[in-house]
Design a protein around this ligand. Structure first.
Ligand code: PHE
Length: 343
């Protein structure tokens, strides 16, 4: 009994002299003194050797010792800084919280969602596909002859392991896959990222984003195409916008056209943005070539359709007056923050 009391006194002195100042050291303290195999437990175990008449008095000593050890541990935890203490779930709740800055949508996402919304109101469904495509869906089914410039090594990223694979150069590949399913009529828009091997500049990048559209049914005419796209630009840029169609060429449409809108900056009188013409080009379009319908298993005597394709970056540049395409992929927060709450 005598020796135990001495042991307890020595142990108390030792606890007082130890000043753990990190959560790890505090935990070591807890294990050494208060753990299941700790000093307090082992001294408690001595109880059985204490003569019956002294048990009561010794029990009291032991109890005090236990309370002392717990209080010492508590004091150590409190002496740690609040941040250290957090590890023990005892954070200082009076500290101000860490601010979480709400993110905002990327301008390309904003414009893409806007474009999608307009066409959805016209009954177009969204179709998506893989960015890695095969030659058939990206080129051959779209009536692109083997010597078409888009197939040129300079324009298309081919996959070294298999030259039949490439990074899609447009989302028309998704349209082909949809046509091959054979479920008509088709009324879809295909948003997505596309890749072209171009020298990076203010007007070109190795990738960009597109929304392409396809409508195939019986009796679809060029008038439907014009009215659909006219509705689109009015919704996108405002009712005062004017449009014009210029004859153009795409292997997968016939006739083909490029659509211009009146310059949003000068209203048509001529400025730097429209290169003094009063017009800016925004998309390519046309009636789906019968050869494409046939290649995809659709009866070109029964069905006709129109297709169009636009670059989201181009629309976003016009809409927000952004002069350099590279800004959209550099992730500079000073640029991106300007679109918080836009659209
Ligand atoms: N696929 C064409 C491109 O990427 C755009 C387009 C789609 C043109 C549909 C006409 C019809 O440039």
């Amino acid at each position: 009994m005598e020796s135990l009391v001495q042991q307890i006194a020595a142990c108390k002195a030792e606890m007082e002299a130890t000043t753990p100042d990190t959560p790890e050291l505090a935990e070591q303290f807890r294990i050494r003194y208060l753990g299941t195999k700790g000093v307090v437990k082992s001294i408690m175990g001595e109880m059985k050797n204490v003569p019956a008449d002294q048990k009561r008095a010794f029990g009291q000593v032991l109890n005090e010792f236990k309370i002392f050890a717990e209080a010492r541990y508590e004091a150590i935890l409190n002496s740690l800084t609040p941040a250290q203490n957090e590890d023990h779930g005892l954070g200082d709740f009076s500290l101000p919280g860490t601010p979480i800055t709400p993110g905002s949508r990327h301008p390309i996402s904003l414009v893409r969602n806007n474009i999608i919304g307009i066409f959805q109101r016209l009954g177009f469904a969204i179709a998506e596909g893989a960015e890695l495509e095969d030659d058939w869906h990206n080129f051959t089914a779209l009536n692109m002859p083997g010597d078409h410039p888009a197939r040129d090594m300079q324009d298309t990223f081919y996959i070294a392991q298999n030259p039949d694979w490439l990074l899609r150069t447009h989302t028309s590949s998704v349209q082909v896959r949809e046509m091959e399913k054979g479920k008509l009529p088709i009324r879809i828009i295909c948003p997505g990222r596309v890749y072209r091997n171009e020298t990076i500049s203010a007007r070109a990048h190795c990738f960009f984003h597109q929304v392409e559209g396809l409508y195939i049914a019986e009796n679809v005419s060029f008038a439907d195409l014009k009215q659909t796209l006219y509705f689109f630009v009015q919704e996108m840029f405002g009712k005062t916008v004017k449009v014009r169609f210029r004859p153009s060429y795409f292997p997968f449409t016939e006739p083909s056209a490029e659509m211009d809108i009146s310059c949003l900056i000068c209203g048509g009188s001529g400025c730097n943005v429209c290169k003094q013409t009063g017009w800016v080009e925004i998309l390519g379009c046309g009636m789906v070539h019968p050869a494409v319908l046939d290649k995809c298993g659709i009866d070109s005597n029964k069905y006709t359709g129109f297709a169009f394709g636009m670059g989201i970056e181009r629309i976003a540049m016009l809409r927000y007056q952004v002069k350099d395409l590279r800004l959209f992929s550099e992730n500079d927060l000073r640029f991106l923050r300007q679109f918080t709450g836009a659209l």
